[in-house]
Design a protein around this ligand. Structure first.
Ligand code: DGJ
Length: 723
């Protein structure tokens, strides 16, 4: 619900538990009065009135001691007179970079409008939007700050529109999607970072004066950084403390930054990375920023994650897929890499079917003349000699074994050795007369160009129309170097990064609209583009190329901190693990992969009969509780030895599944108990497979007893039913 309190020049955006309040100062500048849990009061103007003056800052509008630089601004500009990092930086035709955006008018309405060309959340129920129109009186440029309150989800979203109502061209040098100013700096800063094979590791540090944050200049959100950032109270843990978190619905270059100023105020920003970004906005044109999602949680990180999960599942992912359980996959990549033939694929499929797997994904190597990574990307025609006939025939045979079929593609790329490159060498991103760089022997197609987008839409549409493909694995195995588009003029070259992403979204939009019942699993060499922008089109994402169960503990914990378990594709692979050489038990591998969408990626013809029996049991168990594993409310449980053990609890409609994995065995230790969270204190919970019943309070205060670790592994699961 959104209220405009005219008397106090204040907007209150209210959700079930939270509140975001904005105020309009007499000068017309808009300030963030409050973000937190609902207050139940009205006038908050005292918050800004009480700001004490600091020295050496400019007076605004010649008003003595009115120092805008000290205010918690919603839309700060540079140098008039705030000298902190602005949310927007425009350059006007006369070379001036000074803007001054003040309140002009506002609209409040039920629902939420789409953002042209960009993925964004949608309001299924109880969403209201405040559009604040700010104007620069000198140039007539308008900024629309559009904030939506999703009442039942305790989530706010914001995006920006810049409307050029001036008579000249504008250059946008920087536009953040969100700026949050806090009048304090006693926070910890949390980000998700890492590298290929080590994505989304949780990093937490105390804030200090100056800049801290993460960004991507790679043309994709990237393995090394995720477009998420949170400020945490010092005492915040899984189950207590305040969290102010933001996530960007965007898959390209981004910046997430916290700046602590000279007077212990914190400015949090998230948006398109201003590095190598320069957008020319002609008169009467509008620029749309990606959407930022804001989650405030008063009860710790689990509550924050649960709010993100519910919101992404119900207000971002295409409704057709959002609440459907995901099939159990066998992917042939780590089983065969490029070395397969029809017989092997069918044998694998039969074995997979016999243990309960539901869908077979044929990964890289089925097209062109692709026997290694050095050729054929772009030529999406079946390699008939290798797959023993047409793709349609192969799919029919897999279907007749009783499995659905999924296919790998990497549409954004082209190999030098390919027909497509021979025909369109100018379609790649490259600087004229400079040798373009290769990664994995491939180039990036310039999908900012409409003809390239249209070509890819046509090719993918043909594949999906001609064949019974239920899942498309959409990979992307390199980042953008040599950023230059032959289709853009000199002054528009720095628009390429954003135009590439707009092109990607246009292709995905067309394909998903034309084939709404095909699942797309996106992938970028693992989690190199695990973001809410991709989630809008692709309900599941391959979490990491590192399939080692122990490594996956950290990767999945970080990813599930923001993104729902129903989006995390997780596979049991062979041991010794192909990335790190570690040997873990099939039980541990199974329990870790069950925390997301369970799948398998190993040669089932080489596993022992005993292992296959365990796999069969794992799959049956997962199917029984699939709804809970994929859509249950996730709580990460504190463990006795944080570094050595990970535990999760998932709950849905009174059914609770608890999983525990210990990484290193230790001799002569006495197992401790595992305390659960978020249960109903007074309710009775029956431990499945026993006659033991516990009160919710007992399970949360005393906990479940852990068994003594087995010699070769230690992983344990429990199921509890609320009576
Ligand atoms: C990288 C992906 O992450 C893998 O799962 C696999 O699909 C390979 N690419 C295929 O080239």
């Amino acid at each position: 619900m959104i209220k405009y309190l005219e008397k106090f020049q204040q907007f209150d955006l209210l959700t079930v538990h939270n509140q975001l309040s904005l105020g309009i100062l007499k000068s017309g500048h808009v300030v963030l009065l409050y973000l937190g849990k609902r207050l139940g009061t009205e006038d908050l103007s005292y918050i800004t009135k009480e700001i004490q003056r600091a020295s050496y800052l400019a007076d605004t509008d010649h008003t003595k001691d009115f120092k805008l630089e000290q205010y918690p601004l919603v839309w700060p500009t540079y140098g008039n007179p705030d000298m902190r990092t602005p949310a927007i930086h425009l350059q006007y035709p006369n070379g001036s970079r000074i803007s001054d955006f003040r309140y002009k008018r506002h609209d409040i309405y039920p629902g939420k409008k789409k953002i042209a060309g960009l993925p964004a959340s949608f309001g299924r129920r109880q969403v209201e939007t405040l559009d604040l129109f700010l104007e620069d009186a000198l140039t007539n440029v308008q900024v629309k700050v559009s904030i939506s309150a999703f009442e039942a989800f305790d989530v706010f979203t914001q995006h920006i529109e810049i409307i050029n109502r001036s008579i000249g061209k504008l250059a946008i040098e920087r536009v953040m999607s969100l700026n949050l100013d806090f009048l304090r700096d006693d926070f910890d800063l949390m980000t998700l970072s890492g590298a290929w094979g080590r994505e989304t590791h949780i990093k937490r540090n105390a804030l200090k004066q100056g800049f801290q944050g993460i960004d991507s200049k790679r043309g994709a959100s990237g393995h090394g950084q995720n477009p998420f950032m949170a400020l945490l109270d010092k005492n915040t843990s899984e189950d207590q403390g305040k969290v102010y978190a933001v996530d960007l619905v965007y898959s390209g270059n981004f910046l997430a930054q916290a700046e602590v100023d000279m007077h212990q105020n914190t400015r949090l920003q998230i948006g398109i990375d201003p590095f190598d970004f320069h957008w020319q906005l002609d008169p009467d044109e509008t620029f749309y920023s990606p959407e930022a999602v804001i989650v405030f949680a008063e009860a710790g990180l689990n509550q924050m994650s649960q709010r993100f999960h519910r919101f992404f599942e119900q207000c971002l992912i295409a409704p057709f897929h959002a609440e459907k359980t995901r099939p159990i996959i066998l992917n042939n990549w780590e089983a065969t890499y490029f070395n397969f033939n029809k017989e092997l694929l069918l044998d694998l499929a039969s074995k997979a079917q016999s243990v309960g797997i539901e869908l077979f994904v044929l990964d890289d190597g089925w097209f062109g003349r692709r026997d290694g990574a050095d050729s054929s990307l772009g030529d999406w025609v079946p390699y008939q000699e290798k797959i023993g006939g047409t793709l349609t025939e192969l799919i029919q045979e897999i279907n007749s074994i009783g499995l659905d079929f999924g296919l790998w593609v990497e549409p954004e790329m082209v190999s030098e050795k390919s027909r497509l490159f021979e025909e369109h060498p100018d379609w790649i991103i490259a600087v004229p007369n400079r040798i373009p760089q290769q990664v994995r022997d491939q180039y990036v197609l310039d999908i900012s160009r409409k003809e390239v987008q249209d070509h890819l839409v046509e090719v993918l549409d043909e594949l999906l129309t001609a064949n019974n493909i239920r899942l498309l694995k959409w990979d992307m195995n390199r980042n953008v170097t040599d950023s230059y588009s032959r289709a853009l003029t000199q002054e528009r070259q720095q628009e390429l990064g954003h135009r590439y992403i707009l092109g990607l979204y246009r292709i995905l939009d067309k394909i998903t609209k034309k084939h709404p019942d095909v699942w797309i699993e996106s992938c970028a060499g693992g989690g190199g583009r695990f973001d809410a922008g991709m989630l809008y089109y692709t309900p599941q994402i391959w979490t990491s190329d590192d399939t080692d169960a122990v490594e996956r503990l950290q990767i999945q914990k970080g990813t599930a901190m923001v993104y729902p378990p129903s989006a995390l594709s997780c596979h049991v692979s062979a041991v010794p693990n192909h990335q790190v050489g570690r040997i873990t038990s099939i039980e541990t591998r199974g329990i870790v992969a069950m925390q997301g969408i369970l799948g398998y990626e190993l040669n089932l013809l080489e596993t022992t009969a005993e292992e296959n029996q365990t796999i069969k049991e794992q799959i049956a168990y997962y199917k029984k509780y699939r709804e809970i594993f994929q859509f249950g409310q996730l709580s990460v449980l504190p463990t006795y030895e944080q570094e050595n053990a990970t535990a999760w609890m998932k709950e849905k409609a009174g059914l609770v599944v608890v999983s525990y994995v210990q990484t290193l065995a230790k001799p002569n230790t006495v197992p401790k108990r595992l305390r659960l969270s978020g249960l109903i204190k007074e309710a009775d919970y029956l431990l499945e497979g026993t006659k033991d019943s516990f009160k919710g309070s007992e399970l949360m205060e005393i906990g479940l007893p852990l068994a003594r670790p087995a010699i070769d592994y230690f992983a344990q699961q429990w199921v509890l039913r609320k009576q």
